[in-house]
Design a protein around this ligand. Structure first.
Ligand code: MLC
Ligand code: AMP
Length: 503
């Protein structure tokens, strides 16, 4: 019996000595060793009582072992739920509880904090460290390196990735085997990946970009990965002559351009630089071409949909656009008021449909209905237009979202905490331009009459609740927030007022 994703991505590598992952210290893991390790992990999942369809949450450092947990889940039919390593215990508690995860795997440094979190949610806890040690690895040692793959149909769930919303709590986007495979196939083909490629992989593996886009494409095409625990610009410069491709968020590219030793010569062996997850400034695109002769290929995607559009591999990669809908993906621009399709050139909401689009939000049928139409089109919350040549432009967001260094931040989550702080009547969190992260959150606090909110104490109070990357990089105290005649806070005015805070 078939397993859609396992058969396409992993099956053929059993016993293969070809190089898959090279670590910064030069250690090389072969494809065969990787799938063997995944098989051992799959046994452990079974021994711990996980059945096909159960959820496994992981909050662990990036490593080949961490990636093998993903492969093990696919092979055992377990739903993989990766979590940002920056999340606080309070944040992790929600995901474990909401998903009904049976097992949480964490780093040993967090085990004592997360044990009560797991217990409260009725989940088991095991440890897997970035160096491959820990109780989970101990359980796997000595297990057979071949595992009877659990059958999975294209429509079966492979992963939950949580994505925040403008209101309420995070939603678990349910991604199927077919969602992930169809997108990987289209991307590997569109970007001409092959077993001759070596990808600089410096993205985290708990989001779509580093996990599915990067890894699945490499597995499908036989490409190798130079695998970094995080983005270290010096390591990337050192290794670029050994690589052929890189995927990154725009911050990777601006940080590279800040390095004088990043030259056309250094990039001469590269065939492709890909950017996504946040807008790449046209200025960065131009500077990059001037410096290296390479035109960055920008693409557009989301957690719920995988990748939707891409600039062409052959053909003009146009700065400030995200290219054309990928093969098999339909994209239209609609009126936010009526839902009607708008003519070319007009700005409206971006909707997409295709085999890449997720199944819905876990146990949130109403949220699913709000965003996923019955006819299969997903309302992305992004605003865009299609130009006369068919290139898609993203011109803004209908959703109140800040993207900092490729991480999504929903103002509402921060505002709810700020509103509770002493001396604060109400708050508005806005995104302002930031030279490194693209955008960064600023908290505008309207004080209670006569009060002087203690900014340091407020930031301290946030730290136990929110991941560091969500913390406002600046707080500003005002007497009142600007409102329109309907009483709605005018964030556009605030964004304009504070746009130069980090200039
Ligand atoms: C780290 N910090 C951030 C941050 N990353 N703050 C804001 N935004 C971020 N993205 C914090 C750190 O905790 C630290 O806090 C301080 O900022 C400086 O850290 P740093 O050492 O400079 O950060 P670094 O580790 O280099 O990380 C920056 C980064 C990283 C841009 C390399 O965030 C990253 O890899 N981003 C990629 C995100 C991603 O993969 N997105 C894809 C989502 S999928 P302190 O305490 O020192 O102040 C998706 C769909 C799609 O969107 O289309 O792809
Ligand atoms: P996420 O919820 O993390 O999947 O983030 C998806 C969002 O990132 C999209 O809805 C867009 O707003 C944004 N995004 C992704 N790629 C691009 C891009 N190339 N240009 C502009 N925005 C992007």
């Amino acid at each position: 019996m078939a397993n859609t994703l396992y058969d396409a991505l992993f099956q053929r590598y059993q016993g293969q000595e070809s190089a898959f992952i090279t670590l910064p210290d030069g250690a090389v893991l072969s494809h065969g060793a990787f799938v063997g390790m995944a098989a051992q992990f799959a046994y452990v999942l079974g021994h711990l009582g996980l059945q096909p369809g159960d959820r496994l949450a992981v909050q662990i450092a990036k490593s080949p072992q961490a990636l093998a947990v993903y492969a093990a889940c696919v092979q055992a039919g377990v739903i993989f739920l990766p979590l940002n390593t920056a999340y606080t215990a309070a944040e992790v508690a929600y995901f474990v509880e909401n998903s009904g995860a049976k097992l949480l795997i964490c780093d040993s440094a967090n085990a004592s904090t997360l044990l009560p979190v797991a217990q409260a949610a009725g989940a088991q806890l095991e440890v897997l460290n970035g160096n491959g040690t820990g109780s989970f690895a101990d359980l796997a040692a000595g297990q057979p390196k071949e595992f009877a793959t659990v059958p999975r149909q294209p429509d079966d769930l492979a992963a939950f990735l949580y994505t925040s919303g403008t209101t309420g709590r995070s939603k678990g986007a349910m991604l199927t085997h077919a969602n992930l495979l169809s997108n990987a196939e289209v991307l590997a083909d569109s970007w001409q990946f092959s077993d001759q490629d070596v990808l600089l992989h410096a993205l985290p593996i708990f989001h779509t970009h580093g996990l599915f886009v990067a890894t699945n494409i490499c597995l499908l095409s036989g490409a190798q990965m130079l695998f970094y625990p995080s983005f270290d610009v010096q390591a990337i410069l050192r290794d670029m002559p050994r690589a052929t491709t890189m995927m990154g968020v725009p911050t990777f590219y601006t940080r590279l351009l800040d390095q004088p030793e990043f030259t056309a010569q250094l990039a001469s062996g590269m065939r492709l630089f890909i950017s996504g997850s946040a807008p790449l400034l046209a200025e960065t695109h131009v500077q990059f071409e001037q410096r290296t002769g390479h035109r960055i290929l920008e693409r557009y995607g989301m957690t719920e949909t995988n990748m939707n559009t891409s600039n062409p591999y052959t053909g003009e990669r146009r700065a400030g656009t995200v290219g054309f809908p990928l093969p098999g993906v339909e994209l239209k621009i609609t009126s936010p008021d009526t839902g009607d399709t708008l003519p070319q050139g007009q700005i409206g909401q971006i909707e997409v449909r295709g085999p890449n689009v997720f199944k819905g939000y876990w146990q949130m049928p109403e949220k699913t209905r709000e965003e996923l139409r019955e006819n299969g089109f997903f309302i992305t919350g992004d605003l865009g237009m299609i130009d006369a040549d068919g290139y898609v432009h993203i011109v803004g967001r209908g959703k109140d979202l800040i993207i900092s260094g490729g991480y999504n931040i929903y103002p509402k989550e921060i505002e709810e905490l700020l509103d509770e702080q002493p001396g604060v009547l109400e708050s508005a969190v806005i995104g302002v331009p930031h030279p490194d992260f693209g955008e960064t959150p600023v908290g505008v606090l309207a004080r209670q009459k006569g009060a002087t909110p203690d900014e340091a104490a407020i930031l301290q109070a946030l730290s136990t609740q929110l991941a560091r990357f969500k913390h406002p990089r600046r707080l500003v105290v005002v007497d009142e927030l600007p409102r329109n005649t309907m009483g709605k806070v005018q964030k556009n005015i605030l964004r304009d007022t504070y746009k130069n805070l980090f200039a």
